[in-house]
Design a protein around this ligand. Structure first.
Ligand code: HEM
Ligand code: HEM
Length: 230
């Protein structure tokens, strides 16, 4: 097989990479803990609150974070997404500085979808032992509806995650574009024959990201405590 010379280009900052792999572990844990039930539901709710803070952090990072993590940087018009789809049919590798115009919409869907999942969880209950911290704030019928959504929406999320993982696999196998390595190490092996070779994007401090996350977690945790006492 023909090998192309490559040069490393840093794409992802540390906070976005930690965010991604924590999110993956978190979703796995949320599913497992819900399946196990019983005492695991306490952990389900604690970790769920952490996941809510994590998503809120990522949304804020999407406005104030490193270039490649900013929504304004990677969200492109649907016309661009169609161009990308057409380019996929042609051969060769397809590196992008950050999310490609098609994958970007999946990223938005996954982030919004997980936010919705966590928010509906706050009102969920199992009629016996566990209830989300905001269960008491709404009528019984509203809580029932939100609980139903919390159950049903998880299947939609799972489907989206499967499509996401298959797409990443498609790039690896069919396009010889190793997106996974970049999400782990931060750098893409940019083929030198894919011109122009981009300049390194601007990165923000991981300490800024950590501070934003700590504030998000604090506000969500204590905010929910206060609301649950109303
Ligand atoms: C529950 C499962 C998963 C969820 C919910 C999920 C969600 C996401 C999200 C939200 C992003 C955007 C990252 C950001 O900009 O903050 C992303 C990107 C990415 N994910 Fe996942 N992910 C999942 C599983 C996986 C797995 C198992 C892999 C590896 C096999 C993977 C590989 C990637 C890669 C490579 C990117 C960057 C794509 C690009 O270069 O545009 N994901 N994922
Ligand atoms: C990303 C975040 C979350 C995911 C992926 C998730 C996922 C799930 C799943 C798959 C179920 C079980 C459905 C079933 O048994 O068929 C469930 C149930 C439940 N979740 Fe979550 N959840 C999340 C966040 C939360 C949060 C933040 C809370 C509350 C703080 C919460 C509270 C509950 C409760 C009380 C149930 C039990 C409902 C019942 O048994 O009818 N969840 N969740």
């Amino acid at each position: 097989m023909k090998t192309t010379a490559t040069t490393p280009v840093k794409i992802w900052d540390l906070p976005t990479r930690i965010f991604h792999w924590t999110l993956v572990l978190g979703i796995g844990f949320m599913w497992l803990s819900a399946e196990l039930g019983g005492l695991w539901m306490d952990w389900h709710m604690q970790v769920g609150i952490f996941m809510l803070a994590l998503i809120i952090f990522r949304i804020i990072w999407g406005f104030v974070g490193s270039d490649t993590s900013q929504f304004g940087f990677f969200i492109k018009s649907p016309v661009n997404s169609i161009h990308h789809l057409k380019a996929l049919k042609e051969g060769g590798t397809l590196y992008h500085v950050g999310h490609n115009p098609l994958g970007a919409w999946m990223v938005v869907f996954l982030l919004a979808g997980i936010l919705f999942q966590a928010l509906t969880g706050l009102f969920a209950n199992d009629d016996i032992l566990v209830e989300g911290p905001l269960y008491g704030l709404v009528s019984e019928s509203t809580a029932k509806a939100l609980n139903g959504l919390h159950h049903w929406w998880f299947n939609v999320l799972l489907l989206a995650a499967v499509v996401h993982i298959l797409s990443v696999g498609f790039y690896k196998i069919r396009k010889r574009t190793n997106l996974i390595k970049a999400m782990v190490s931060g750098s893409e092996d940019w083929p030198v024959d894919q011109q122009p070779i981009p300049t390194t994007p601007k990165f923000k401090s991981p300490w800024l990201a950590l501070s934003i996350f700590v504030v998000c977690y604090g506000v969500v945790y204590f905010g929910l405590e206060a609301l649950s006492r109303l």
